[in-house]
Write a protein of this length. Sequence first.
Length: 633
Amino acid sequence: MSSSSTEKNTGGESAGAHCAFLDIAADLANTAHPMVEPKTSEFMETLVSLCKRRGFIFQSSEIYGGLNGFWDYGPLGAELKRNIKDYWWRSMTQLREGVVGLDASIIMHPRVWEASGHTSTFSDLMVDCLLTKKRFRADQIEPQSGTAYFYTGATDAAAGKQSKDPFSALIGSDKHPEYARTVARQFYQQRGLNAPALEGERFEPVQNTTRYNPDNGSLLTEPRPFNLMLKTCVGPVESADNISYLRPETAQAIFVQFKNVLEVSRQKLPFGICQIGKAFRNEINPRNFTFRSREFEQMELEFFIRPDEAVEAVCGRVAKPAGPGHPGEPQPDWGWQLWHQYWVEERLRFYESIGLPRSSLVEYWQKPEELAHYARATVDVLYKFPFGKRGQNGELIGEELEGIAARSDFDLSQHQRFAARSMTVFDEELKAAWPKLDRAKQAELSERFFQHRLNYLLKVGETPGPAEKQARQDAETLAKGGYVPHVIEPSAGVDRLALALICDAYCLDQAPDDKGKLETRVVMRFHPRIAPIKAAVFPLLKNKPDLVRKAKEVRDLLRPHISVFYDEAGAIGRRYRRQDEAGTPFGITVDFETLGENGSELKDTVTLRDRDTMKQDRVRIADLVPLLTARIR
Ligand code: GAP
């Protein structure tokens, strides 16, 4: 086949170069909330508007002013998300042994959330602005320095009114005190004093305080915990007895259904159960477009493994990580640390396989004080979004895409206690291996297992006597081959990944228009695996019935295999541009040579244009399906 290039790629800004643009510091959601901050990020504004214009993401309930923290995916966004989820599912289940799926309900028995710890501990500390009532997450307030003015109250003599509420405002050290007084007067006006005379003013310099609203200097309330679960009532009566929650994570359903799935799928440890589904969190401060939403989707795997004591009893040792990187094919002597490392590396490979370069990802090992109550170790996979935390030199250090946690046997043990249903599995290999161990080894493993179980039981509030008795029983069960499995959990967010892929795909370069003049083009360089539309088919001219008929034949040939878009409207260059913005990796043009006019030897061939290089190859129509499916899978 001959190859020709009709468009010239003059290069341009590479995918991911967005980082240079930015500093985001504000909510990007236009919402019904009265305190929307200004949009400060040029790049994110560009993306948000592209997402709306091209139908990737819309604000939820937009015609009513929007709802903060909720988003809708348009035609391209819906395809993108579906491709992400389908590929995750395929790579987690179909392309490997020993992982099966689950699709559980969003609302579960409220006791689930007591057992998991969400009812008591799933909260953020929040503070409210005393003036505007705007709510912040306490840990997101930037430390500020300046002069704090304090007031004991105010009076409105003409109206005969008084307020004894204390108030304080922070202003820059170089600012006139009148700034603080204006804020204070607004505070007392809200308390019904039309012309407040401030009382008891005093001031003092303060350093690095997080007690004031950075937007207006008003004092904030004391931090108090705010549970992030969204409540609802199940059944016709709205009462405290009927309160349920929209699940804040998909993981718990997997733990709750663990025994059922184990039974029906006839799996043996190690094995995994995965689930994709909606999760809900009443985030105090939804922000950064879809990054922190109140409704989002998770893709979670709970991978169940033997406790290390069982591995050692069966294999004679527990292999330890030899160094960083992928540890290779799973081995029977792997303990939780190697399994954890394995899943971190598998997940990094997954991100690379859908086009996120390793250089855009950061592997962050949580410090002991950052770990969740259930975790022994957690690695966050961060993507260098064009917003978020910065390092000492102002460089973006990345925001979380996924957490990979070693959750020990915490969750299954909690459901075992709360539901009084056994989560113990019996392991024939362990049962056979245990009697063959010498007494000293048996004693050592039993003691270690006992200590682990005792620590867990004491940590969750069991009293020492019963806890010791239970832990002793658990150690005896181990000797008979029984234990509660441990878990490694890779937990990723679909929406965050979609946003990362959109950020990474965005690129500006130069392309010729229909007259050959170079113009700037926006191109979304999605990996073909996740691109919303895989190929677009164009008849060169729409007023030539033979071209149109042939192009539709090509479209119909491809349709059963890949998502394909037919476009005959406008000049061919403009049609290319539209597909570049949608991120369609392949453009197929049916021209007069396709029809074999004038005895052309190129009859039944088309041009296949590559979105990124803009290079065009002539290919046989008969080769299109195998060629494209091979490049898309
Ligand atoms: N089962 C463990 C778990 O839920 P998590 O770190 O709280 O862990 C896992 O959540 C992933 O879910 C995060 O890495 C992120 O991708 C996504 N996620 C969490 N909260 C989110 C939010 N408010 N908006 C969008 N995605 C969120």
